[in-house]
Design a protein around this ligand. Structure first.
Ligand code: AMP
Ligand code: TRP
Length: 332
């Protein structure tokens, strides 16, 4: 049986990268697989979060997921901290993963910055908690953006080492699902940097809560080069900003980069940018309206998370019992 698990941090507004790289793919998978989607509030606090904002962001990210089409009846949507299995299994994985493995994680290096001594221990152990998220449900497939690939490789290493050390086939070796035309959406200000919630420049990202004017303005001001768009993919090489905007267009339009270049090849950004802005507004506005509507009903959103957590506990409880048995924890 295939089981999907994926997560998103409630660390601020979702942006176009989260939507095109992850959440939109979740919507596509939910007809085919059993899906568990998690708002990972415990990952969020690996860097400082204002408590009131964390609570508000958890609700907002949940609302945005539902608005984007994730079906909370058929799937499980919950926030991580409501299910204790995540913390329990993460501790066990802290004892399975090796320092050398974690030392290679590029996301830690990026997030910790120069002053590594002052990073939280949680930020360092972040990938172990992520492995616990996935394996507490014995999930087999994990749809994410390109940036999470290394963490999923670590998850595979942890599963293999656990199975090997304890001589039991407890955990599956997960498969990453990284697909679509925008697996790595880049900053609108710098085509070499990924679009991110933590970029200090608001103009670098299209937030899922931006209004029509903001979306149009950010796309109009997006960094580009002076050349017209090329006729084929090869012409996008060495043109990261152009490649990014074309990829975004293709993803939003459910087409391919080739098709977009077929239409816009030879045309300048003066023509392409307004078309992209119209398309983005067209696709994002309904999601934004629905998110706002759901945000006005926090009780409803909380109810979905509560029900999701119950269902998540039902799946993870027998798996945790098996793990505790294998590890040698005495359960009276
Ligand atoms: P995060 O906001 O870091 O919790 O990421 C949630 C999901 O969005 C993960 O699957 C990420 O891989 C994906 N994601 C984040 N930023 C981007 C981006 N710039 N392009 C594509 N996917 C992204
Ligand atoms: N680390 C992921 C991110 O920042 C979020 C995440 C946490 C996740 N746990 C997960 C993604 C489990 C997939 C599966 O994007």
């Amino acid at each position: 049986m295939k089981r999907i698990f994926s997560g998103v941090q409630p660390t601020g507004n979702l942006h176009l990268g989260n939507y095109l790289g992850a959440i939109r793919n979740w919507v596509r998978l939910q007809d085919e697989y059993e899906c568990i989607f998690c708002v990972v509030d415990m990952h969020a606090i690996t860097v400082w979060q204002d408590p009131a904002e964390l609570r508000a962001n958890t609700r907002e990210v949940t609302a945005a997921m539902i608005a984007a089409g994730v079906d909370s009846e058929r799937n499980i949507i919950f926030n991580q901290s409501q299910v204790s299995a995540h913390a329990e299994l993460a501790w066990i994985f802290n004892c399975v993963a090796r320092l050398g493995w974690l030392n290679r994680m590029t996301q830690f290096k990026e997030k910790a910055g120069k002053d590594r001594e002052r990073a939280s221990v949680g930020l360092y152990a972040y990938p172990n908690l992520m492995a616990a998220d996935i394996l507490a449900y014995k999930a087999t497939h994990v749809p994410v953006g390109e940036d999470q690939k290394q963490h999923l490789e670590l998850c595979r290493d942890i599963a293999a080492k656990f199975n090997h050390d304890f001589g039991a086939e407890v955990f599956p070796i997960v498969e990453p699902l990284i697909f679509g035309e925008a697996t790595r959406v880049m900053s609108l200000r710098d085509g070499m940097k990924k679009m991110s919630k933590s970029d200090p420049s608001e103009a670098s990202r299209i937030s899922m809560t931006d209004d029509t004017d903001a979306i149009a303005r950010k796309i109009r001001k997006a960094k580009t080069d002076p050349e017209p768009l090329p006729d084929d993919m090869a012409g996008l090489r060495e043109r990261p900003e152009a490649a990014n905007l074309v990829g975004i267009y293709a993803a939003l339009n459910d087409s391919t980069v080739e098709q977009v270049l077929g239409e816009f090849g030879g045309k300048g950004f003066g023509q392409f940018k307004p078309a992209l802005a119209d398309l983005a507004v067209d696709k994002l506005a309904p999601i934004q309206d629905e998110t706002r509507r759901l945000m006005a009903e926090p009780e409803f959103v909380d109810g979905i998370l509560r029900k999701g957590a119950e269902k998540a506990r039902d799946i993870s409880a027998p798996i945790m019992a098996e793990v505790q048995e294998v590890v040698g924890f005495l359960r009276a």
